[in-house]
Design a protein around this ligand. Sequence first.
Ligand code: AMP
Length: 449
Amino acid sequence: MATYPAQDASSSEDGSSPPPPDSESPSTPLPQTFQELGVIDSLCEACNTLGYSAPTPIQARCIPVALQGRDLIGLAETGSGKTAAFVLPILQALMENPQQLHSLILAPTRELAQQISRAVEALGATISVRCTLLIGGMDMVPQSIALGKKPHVIVATPGRLMDHLENTKGFSLRHLKYLVLDEADRLLDMDFGPILDKLLKLLPRERRTYLFSATMSNKVESLQRASLTNPVRVAVSSKNQTASKLLQSFALIPLKLKDIYLVHLLQERTGQMGIIFAHTIHETQRLAIMLRHLGFPAIPIHGQLSQSARLASLSKFRARSRNLLIATDVAARGLDIPSVDFVLNYDLPSDSKTYIHRVGRTARAGKSGIAISFVTQYEVELWLRIENALGKKVDEYKVDKDEVMVFSERANEARRTAAIAMRDMEDRGRGNRMKKRKRTRDDMDQEEK
Ligand code: AMP
């Protein structure tokens, strides 16, 4: 059963004053059970069924505050258990005062919204909660029909929600009790700000609001001022979250031998679940073709795939019928992919923040994991910058070059096959390329890369 490594947590009123010297002080031991947090038995049972043996620090700090009826700012990332930190109080409030269209959870991307709705359904299974998902890239009609059945909880991306508010007859959020803005920093980075402003005007003032964000930028602060009332701020540092269980290393590799090293490394990890990060869509596709040619069950995921193709990739990966996911940074944040044994930075990320998000895909929920970064002769400086920002020396992953070169012939042949396949794909693409479409509201919840 998963347990979480010790994390540093603190909380304060509205973030402006130091933590009050009460049970919210970081030095106070965190409660060890959901009962102690005040969670009702039926929801404790759901946590138990999901294998949540003890609350994570963000849950232990947020849930009691939320159950007191306060607004909340949670500074935490995916992987911290933040979803249950806001879903449990909402479900408890729903149990106490059952109501249709009770709460709305907004998320920046389709995948994250899907994950949250799965969590709502899993945690709400014992209380028969009705949850509807409203995301772009899907037919609006079945969503409108689902809204007609008056769900308790709506999980949505902002663009599609607004489309429904404007176009779906009889749908309004006038009686909403709870609003959650999840990954608020990304909601704003993805230009949802104007839609959120418009939306806030359509919601009742008498409601509770929870805002979760990995970072607190100026934009997030102004959204907080516009949407929350006298909130309590809870911060969970993710700095040492990964330290004990995540083994990080880097491998110095000549650029032209990258693919051969990749094949060697994957050969050593046959059967393990891994995410391989590449810079571009082109590279994820090329690597997937190359690896499949070599018999590795690899599958690409990036923002240019249709929504159904992305979902299909993810579900094959989750079901372990493909154990290597080749991803652009679209998969680095927000996605809840359990049990990844390793993360490989085939291409280094351009900054330390992205690095942290990427390696956060492994060693989650107390499990151990490995993160390896390829560093070519041109990237030493960038790597040192990342290492510096991590504040610690990362070990070098030593490999015997002769052992690696055993794979050169097979890897080079697979490279050539992939290059030909990519050229064919590009030729086909050029043939039927559509005129560049203007970005519509419906496209906004998709990632760029
Ligand atoms: P989140 O940060 O909400 O995306 O959660 C990350 C992962 O941790 C998800 O797979 C959750 O199911 C899992 N999780 C959440 N809370 C707990 C808990 N208390 N104990 C163990 N795992 C948990």
